[in-house]
Design a protein around this ligand. Structure first.
Ligand code: AKG
Length: 324
């Protein structure tokens, strides 16, 4: 099988490239474990240097299944801007099945759930007892709510794109995102500018979020806003507030915020964004709930720091079931 040959050849290349007998991922696992404690204690995620790489892809496979891969232009967008939108990646059948799970989860408050009142972001109800106090913000642990989410994660059109960014081994940590994100009418909140890595602990700040719109996402219903290129900016600690939100009162931050783009999506569109990309979202001012499905991914050589929240849950290995 050509892809098997290709994988064998690639493994051989990886070994040869740095003279080790172990496949690269396994070897980095050992190196990383030794390095972790001091690294994690002395640096906050936003102080770490990031490298957004684009590993080579198998040309034969990309010629056979061009719809499963990012174009060169899309990869360049991700590298330069920290995000890229792929239109219509979610099929209508996937969206329909997800939507029926979500509707039931919202109607029956199926745990685990995050309520708006827990976060106290601007616009949140002040308590569970206040009007709208039981407004759901996220249905957590999406993966275990229905098999449709496993199918979504395992499909070649997603995995191959992630391999282009993260390398041959793609892992979905279940401790982060892995949720249905909602913005409900009336009691939704405003999410300030932040990087998703802020509470995550990995050996490298190189993870990718995949955000699927189950319905249209517009400025009116609080679509994502992104600051292009912000994932490459080294942010000093004083540019963030106590909760690690990007401060809006500093002139140098305001210059960045002025470059924001509103990521308007139609049902089935997907935005891939880097975990260091600064993003935010306003409240939903419409009468309909906005619903998105969000998962996070890491490469095989980027392990969660032992003992951290990032290492507190199992992970889903998505490769090498897909030939790359
Ligand atoms: O309010 C939103 O929709 C943005 C959510 C978000 O960026 C997050 O929870 O990390």
């Amino acid at each position: 099988m050509p892809w098997l040959r290709h994988n064998r050849q690639r493994r051989a290349n990886l070994h040869a490239a740095d003279g080790s007998d172990l496949p690269r991922g396994d070897r980095q696992l050992t190196t990383v474990r030794r390095r972790v404690p001091s690294y994690a204690k002395t640096q906050l995620p936003h102080q770490r240097k990031t490298t957004v790489t684009t590993p080579a892809i198998n040309e034969a496979v990309s010629n056979e299944f061009p719809g499963d891969f990012f174009s060169e232009d899309e990869i360049a967008q991700f590298r330069e801007r920290g995000f890229v939108v792929v239109r219509g990646l979610g099929t209508s059948e996937t969206l329909r099945r997800m939507m029926s799970v979500v509707k039931r989860g919202l109607a029956e408050h199926i745990a685990p759930i995050e309520y708006e009142a827990e976060l106290q972001y601007p616009g949140s109800p002040v308590s569970f007892e206040a009007e709208g106090g039981r407004t759901i913000r996220r249905l957590k642990q999406a993966l275990t709510r229905d098999y449709v989410f496993t199918e979504w994660l395992g499909q070649p059109a997603l995995v191959r794109r992630l391999q282009q960014i993260l390398g041959p081994k793609v892992v979905c940590p279940l401790a982060h995102h892995n949720c249905v994100m909602t913005k409900q009418p009336a009691y939704s909140s405003e999410t300030g500018w932040h990087q998703d890595i802020r509470y995550w602990s990995y050996t490298k700040p190189d993870l990718v979020n995949v955000w699927l719109a189950l319905g249209d996402e517009t400025r009116a219903n609080g679509c994502l806003q992104m600051i292009p290129g912000s994932h490459r900016e080294k942010l000093s600690r004083d540019r963030l507030d106590d909760a690690l939100f990007f401060r809006t009162d500093l002139p140098e931050n305001a210059e960045w915020i002025a470059r924001r783009e509103y990521i308007e999506l139609e049902q089935g569109d997907v935005v891939f964004f880097h975990c260091l990309a600064l993003h935010a979202a306003d409240r939903n001012t419409t009468g309909d709930t906005k619903i998105s499905v969000v998962f996070t991914f890491r490469g095989g050589d980027n392990h969660p720091v032992a003992g951290s929240r990032s290492a507190s849950m199992p992970e889903l290995l998505l490769t090498p079931s897909i030939p790359s």
